[in-house]
Design a protein around this ligand. Structure first.
Ligand SMILES: *[C@@H]1O[C@H](CO)[C@@H](O)[C@H](O)[C@H]1NC(C)=O
Ligand SMILES: *[C@@H]1O[C@H](CO)[C@@H](O)[C@H](O)[C@H]1NC(C)=O
Ligand SMILES: *[C@@H]1O[C@H](CO)[C@@H](O)[C@H](O)[C@H]1NC(C)=O
Ligand SMILES: *[C@@H]1O[C@H](CO)[C@@H](O)[C@H](O)[C@H]1NC(C)=O
Ligand SMILES: *[C@@H]1O[C@H](CO)[C@@H](O)[C@H](O)[C@H]1NC(C)=O
Ligand SMILES: *[C@@H]1O[C@H](CO)[C@@H](O)[C@H](O)[C@H]1NC(C)=O
Ligand SMILES: [Zn+2]
Length: 355
């Protein structure tokens, strides 16, 4: 059953609809690892026979999902506002809307530019599109007929009012991607914020492929400033709540703390409790790869990421799903970005390199 649902998951990723997948048991191009069982809170609620479901959030707001991606529809007295249109749900969004309301879609909001959340925008036809101006900039740089450019852009705040509905669109600076916005529907106490917290799970690998890590962390704190009960994160199997966002925040801040700790230990000498000394790692790496400082850097950051991953997962692996799957890539990204975004250099400062 587990294998069957995994295959269904893969086929949905590829085709957007379930179909039979033939598996060639003889080919293992990549070693298959076994990970920890998923903790409670990660289950997939049943989908309808067409492979999607919609869930009422209150006050005319709905979540539409295929248990991998999520978008929203807010029904007003003067038309429907759709927030995001993941192409893997695609036209099923229209089917869901058909069962939710007879009102036409009049407005579409881009959470951010990434196609995996917005590449179905064109399916909604001629509607008024709204995004942050930086999202529009991405579409101007690389035009895509699946993501028509917005008609309305804003910089820090936009109050979207359609009929009896109001949605606050707020921007607090670069995070997962420059232009990624907080979308708040006060009437249903729903916050939609995409690719930041993944209810039940740790974030997708490489810190959710985020562009700006301090902003990715800040986006969690800004989220918690809203008075919300439902959280629509764009992923994964279910909607979330404040606890989910708080846990995601605490996981990321732990990752950050343990990565900083690794930098400190790396700048110190090895002893009975510390084997992270970067001097030792660098000497071993240079002996094996004479003159290859890219190799040295990779080895040193790798030891930091390994330490950070282990410490973080001691705490979180039984709490959040797939912490052991994504933990190392999350830690490695955090380690790398400590130098780029947080001005943390440790061993790499000249006084350490020289000693
Ligand atoms: C707005 O109107 C829609 C459609 O009549 C209704 O479903 C929804 O509950 C209303 N929402 C608010 C906030 O008044
Ligand atoms: C309502 O949902 C069903 C089941 O997914 C779907 O087959 C049907 O097309 C939908 N109805 C409309 C009017 O979109
Ligand atoms: C789209 O809708 C607007 C507003 O109703 C209208 O002015 C415009 O001509 C329409 N564009 C197309 C291509 O249908
Ligand atoms: C938040 O959601 C989780 C998972 O569904 C649930 O266990 C928890 O009770 C919820 N917390 C609140 C405050 O509703
Ligand atoms: C080992 O080194 C670490 C890092 O400098 C230090 O915090 C710790 O106290 C040392 N432990 C011992 C037993 O010397
Ligand atoms: C340091 O020790 C830990 C715990 O024994 C181990 O998992 C890790 O691989 C060691 N790291 C290095 C760089 O030797
Ligand atoms: Zn994204």
């Amino acid at each position: 059953m587990r294998l069957k649902s995994a295959l269904l998951f893969l086929s949905l990723l590829v085709a957007g609809r379930g179909h039979d997948v033939a598996v060639d048991q003889t080919s293992t191009a990549y070693p298959v690892e076994t990970y920890l069982p998923l903790p409670p809170g990660t289950d997939s609620p049943p989908l309808n026979s067409d492979g999607y479901r919609y869930e009422y959030l209150g006050a005319g707001a709905w979540m539409i999902t295929n248990n991998q991606y999520q978008c929203m529809a807010v029904v007003s007295t003067e038309g429907v506002i759709v927030l995001d249109a993941p192409p893997t749900i695609g036209y099923l969004i229209l089917w869901a809307l058909g069962n939710i309301t007879t009102a036409p879609v009049t407005h579409f909001v881009y959470s951010h530019a990434h196609a995996d959340h917005t590449g179905g925008s064109y399916l909604l036809g001629n509607v008024t599109r709204i995004s942050h101006y930086l999202t529009k900039e991405f579409f101007e740089l690389d035009p895509d007929p699946h993501r028509p450019p917005p008609d309305i852009t804003f910089s820090s705040q936009y109050l979207l009012m359609v009929g009896n509905q109001t949605i606050n669109l707020d921007y607090y600076g670069a995070n997962h991607q420059p232009g990624n916005i907080h979308m708040y529907h006060a009437a249903s106490k729903t916050l939609m914020l995409v690719d930041i917290a993944f209810p039940g799970y740790v974030c997708y690998g490489n810190l959710a492929q985020s562009d700006y890590i301090p902003g990715f962390m800040r986006a969690h704190d800004k989220a918690l400033e809203y008075d919300f009960e439902s959280y629509v994160g764009g992923h994964l199997t279910r909607k979330g709540n404040r606890t989910d966002v708080q846990m995601s925040r605490d996981y990321i801040y732990d990752l950050y703390g343990y990565c900083r700790e690794a930098f400190d230990l790396g700048s110190s000498a090895n002893n009975a409790t510390n084997n992270l000394s970067s001097t030792v790692v660098a000497e071993a790496s240079l002996a094996a790869n004479p003159g290859n400082y890219f190799a040295v850097l990779k080895e040193i950051l790798g030891t930091y990421a390994q330490y950070c991953n282990q410490k973080t997962n001691d705490k979180w692996a039984s709490v959040l799903g797939a912490a052991d799957v994504q933990g190392y890539s999350n830690a490695l990204k955090m380690v790398d970005y400590l130098r780029l975004d947080f001005d943390v250099f440790g061993f790499f400062l000249p006084q350490n390199l020289g000693k």
